[in-house]
Every structure is written in C-alpha cells, then in structure tokens.
Design a protein around this ligand. Structure first.
Ligand code: UN1
Length: 503
C-alpha cells in the first residue's frame, strides 16, 4: 500500500494533510509526510466547551446503546486495520507487524468495552438501619482529556476512548506532536462510526487538539475536563499530575518504565531468549514496557548471554514497512543522542557494550537507525535507574533470588517485570508481597506485549494509573453512594439519639 492509498483509505484528504503549519516527519527516512493545522487557544477553549455540551447529551443515552457506538468503531477498525497499521508504521517507525498489533489492541478494547457497557455494576451494601438499603451508582464524569505519546499513537487513545465513551463521557485527545496524522485518521474512523450509529449521538463526542505542549497544558489546566489520562515520560507526568491535582481533577498517569527480567537456573532458556529479545529489541526499544535490564543466574549466564549477543548482531534492521525487518528506526535525532549519552555513561562505568552504533546512514541520512545495544554491567550504577527510550539492554549476573528481586525493584519506576523459571516456589515468591513491586509481574512471559484484558499500568514514578481491562473503567466514572429509607422512622446511623420531641 503506498502513501496515497493509505491516506485515501483513512479519509485523509489534501486539506487535512498538507495545508497546515505543523510538519510531520516520518522517522523511516526523515521525509516530510504532512503539514497539519494546529488549534489556537480560542479554538481549544471552544473544543472544551463543545465537549461539555456533547457530554450532557451523551450521558443520557443508555449504556448498552453507548456500547453500540463502540461496536461500530471496532468493526470499522477491522476494515481499516491494514491501512491504519501502515500509517502507524510510517509515522512512528514501528514495524508493520507491530502497527497491525497496535490496531488489534484497539479492536480488542472495543470488544471489551461493548461487553462492559452492560456491566457497569455497583454494589448493594447492607445498611445498619432497619428498612434501609444502601447502594452504589457509577455516574459519568464529563469530558475526558487524553494525552498520548508517539510510540503507541493509536492504541492508547482507544483504551481510553472505548471505556470513557461506554461510561457516558465525551473525550478530547491531544496526540503527540510527532504523530498527528494517525490521530486525525482515528478521528475520521470515529466520525464514520457516528454516522452509522444515528442521531442520538451528539456532535463533538470525540475531538482532537493538534498542537504543542502549550495546547495540551491548556486542557490540563481547565476545570471543565475532570479527568486527564496522560501517557508519556515521568518528567511530563510530574507536571501534569501536579497541575491536575491543584485543581482537584483526577489524573490517570502512565509514565516511564524500567522493566527487568530475571532468568532463573531452571528457566526454559529458549522461551527466555525469545521473551528478552522481543522485549528489548521490539519497537526499537521504544515501548514503556520494553525490557531494559536482565538479571541472569550465574549457572545459565554463559549459555544465554552469548546467544543474545549473537542475535543482536544478526537482527534485520531497516524500513519498518519491509516485512522482513524486525527493527525500525528511532523516532528522531534527540532519541539517538540520548541513546549515545546513556551508552557513554555505561562505558565510563565499566559496561561492556555490543552494538549501539548508527547504521544505514548513506541510505537514510535523515533517519536514525541503530544496532540494538547489549551492555554487560559489573555492578549497579546510577544511569541504569533512568529510562532511556532506546534499545539498550543492561545485563547483570546474580546468584541469589532475593538479591535479584531487590536489584530489580531498586529503580524509581515500577511498570513491568518478569521471571523465567520452572521452579514453582520462585514463581510464587516473585508474585508475592515481597516479590516484584511493579504493576505487571509476569511468569515465563516477557515484560512487553500485555493483553488488554488486564489492568495496565505501574507503581512509583510510573504514575500509579491503570487503564484498559479489569475494573480500570472506574477511573472514568464517579462513585455515588445512596442510602434509601423505606420505613416511617428516621433512625440515625451509629445509634445517635437526637431527640427534639419536646420542641
Ligand atoms: C506503551 O508502550 O505505552 O504491553 C504501551 C505492551 C503494550 C502497550 C505498551 N500492550 O507492550
């Protein structure tokens, strides 16, 4: 599929793609692939106001009917999977297979949300008073603001939107400046679902804000947007979280990860190898769930690590739309500089490095293709505590599991973690209260590539938010506790007597 076909299938006409002031660059070759219009401050204000109007209409539509809109959205995504997957690849640089995988995550969350639209359950609770009932209702919140990053340019929007919409909210999306085209394509797909749905859905139910950091900040600061769901760096989340907290809004933060895999002596080394390789090299090391550190038991170190080093030298790197390629480019020059800086620091700290250098410079002088880097480290050093969004894998040796778990946890982030072991006791320790401190703790599966059915997110500087599956929908709703009295008395709780019969 060439670029024109992709744009046509996704309804991206010349006016949308080429008539604006914000240039879009493909990391695959550094070429300009678009120039989109940005929203000014007054336009953002009216987007927010329009979202409030849409919300007030949408919240009255029964939840199962709201689910129907998401069912239609999922169907259109199925039809457009190849086109949207290709655009994800072109705009973010991830390989086509991963672009397709990302669209599949969107489809999966739509399916989940359709079912959820009939399961927005609250509890009924025993009242301590006679002839009283207590129950919980879950009510929509209002416009949900979504801030997403370049590396998952469409799935993160879908996780939030599918749930937020069935919960009765409207949404406003501020995508990464690096990936506005995929956002505009999603907006077109949503618009198509609205047309198929019928007139009981309001206009402006889902809107996009195109702009820079200031545009996102305007939404973050606005009280009319009660929930802000932000995915990105810890530095960004620290600012957004504080700004939202100051106005008593609610934030859902999905920030940096520093994910590790422990390879125990009993591990099936073949699957451990595959899990590490996909986790560390996939998406060119630019997932928040990317495997950044491994702790390999001394007994299996000399068997596993040379195999990894060999594979690191063989991996096919190049145009992400070429189906034989496993690794595309870094997003931009800045990402490359940060990678080189981290490698220099690792070298200064005694790290033994394989790979990491820039390649394909003649073919792609404006793009940043690199060899993935594997760094054998002697001890723990400070720079491994930072997340560098690049394919760098730090390798450590361990002998004692408790020590390996402690070292794994000894970073500011707490997103994903894994252990490869066939020892059931080790697996149970790893997933116990004294095991991994992360939001995700896998056994015999790598750190990346989570399914949508589980709650996704992590602890500490990862931000504490949870999105997609399980009961993550609750963040898009407010809980209302209602006690109802069907007696002819007014007994007070806690047995309090408040006798005013003599008045
Ligand atoms: C991200 O990198 O922001 O678990 C999200 C995974 C994907 C999501 C990653 N399902 O790797």
């Amino acid at each position: 599929m060439d670029m024109k076909q992709i744009y046509r299938q996704l309804g991206l006409d010349d006016n949308t793609v080429n008539q604006g002031g914000m240039t879009v660059i493909s990391p695959t070759d550094g070429a300009v692939i678009g120039a989109v219009k940005t929203h000014n401050s007054a336009e953002i204000e009216s987007i927010i106001n329009n979202s409030q109007v849409a919300f007030k209409q949408w919240r009255d539509v029964p939840a199962p009917r709201r689910g129907e809109l998401i069912r239609l959205l999922g169907n259109i995504l199925r039809e457009k999977k190849e086109a949207l997957g290709s655009l994800v690849s072109l705009e973010s640089g991830k390989i086509y297979q991963e672009g397709l995988g990302e669209v599949q995550e969107m489809i999966d969350i739509c399916d989940f949300a359709v079912g959820l639209s009939r399961q927005l359950y609250g509890l009924t609770i025993a009242s301590e008073r006679p002839s009283h009932k207590m129950r919980e209702y879950w009510q929509p919140m209002g416009p949900i603001g979504i801030i997403s990053a370049f590396n998952f340019p469409v799935a993160v929007w879908a996780w939030n939107t599918a749930l937020a919409i069935v919960c009765g909210n409207s949404v406003i999306w501020k995508p990464s400046e690096k990936t506005p085209l995929t956002a505009l394509a999603c907006q077109n797909i949503f618009a198509q679902a609205l047309v198929e749905f019928g007139s009981d859905a309001p206009a402006n139910l889902s809107q996009v804000i195109i702009g820079d950091r200031a545009a996102g900040e305007q939404m973050v600061l606005n009280k009319k947007v009660p929930v802000i769901s932000a995915t990105g760096s810890t530095a960004m989340g620290r600012i957004v979280g504080t700004q939202v907290a100051q106005r008593f809004g609610r934030s859902l933060l999905e920030l940096g990860g520093n994910n590790a895999i422990i390879v125990a002596p009993s591990a099936d080394l073949s699957i451990a190898f595959q899990g590490i390789f996909f986790g560390a090299v996939g998406t060119c090391g630019q997932r928040c769930t990317t495997t950044r550190r491994i702790f390999v038991h001394a007994d299996v170190y000399d068997e596993l690590v040379p195999k990894l080093k060999h594979a690191y030298g063989q991996v096919k790197i190049g145009d992400p739309l070429d189906e034989n390629v496993l690794m595309g480019p870094l997003i931009d020059a800045d990402a490359f500089d940060k990678m080189q800086l981290a490698l220099t620091t690792a070298r200064q700290n005694g790290g033994d490095i394989v790979g990491g250098e820039r390649i394909l410079t003649e073919q792609y002088p404006e793009a940043y293709y690199v060899k993935p880097a594997l760094v054998e480290m002697q001890g723990s050093v400070d720079n491994i505590r930072e997340e560098t969004f690049a394919p760098i894998l730090y390798v450590f040796k361990y002998t004692d599991l408790d020590d390996a778990i402690n070292r794994q946890n000894d970073v500011p982030q707490g997103l994903s973690s894994a252990i490869f072991t066939r020892d059931v006791l080790e697996a149970e320790i790893f997933t116990s209260e004294s095991g991994s401190d992360c939001g995700i703790a896998n056994v015999n599966i790598g750190t990346s590539g989570a399914e949508i059915g589980g709650a996704f997110g992590g602890e500490k500087e990862t931000g504490g938010g949870r999105e997609s599956g399980s009961d993550a929908w609750k963040v898009y709703m407010r809980r209302m506790t209602s006690t109802l009295n069907y007696s002819k008395e007014l007994p007070l709780a806690q047995g309090i007597k408040f006798d005013f019969s003599s008045l």
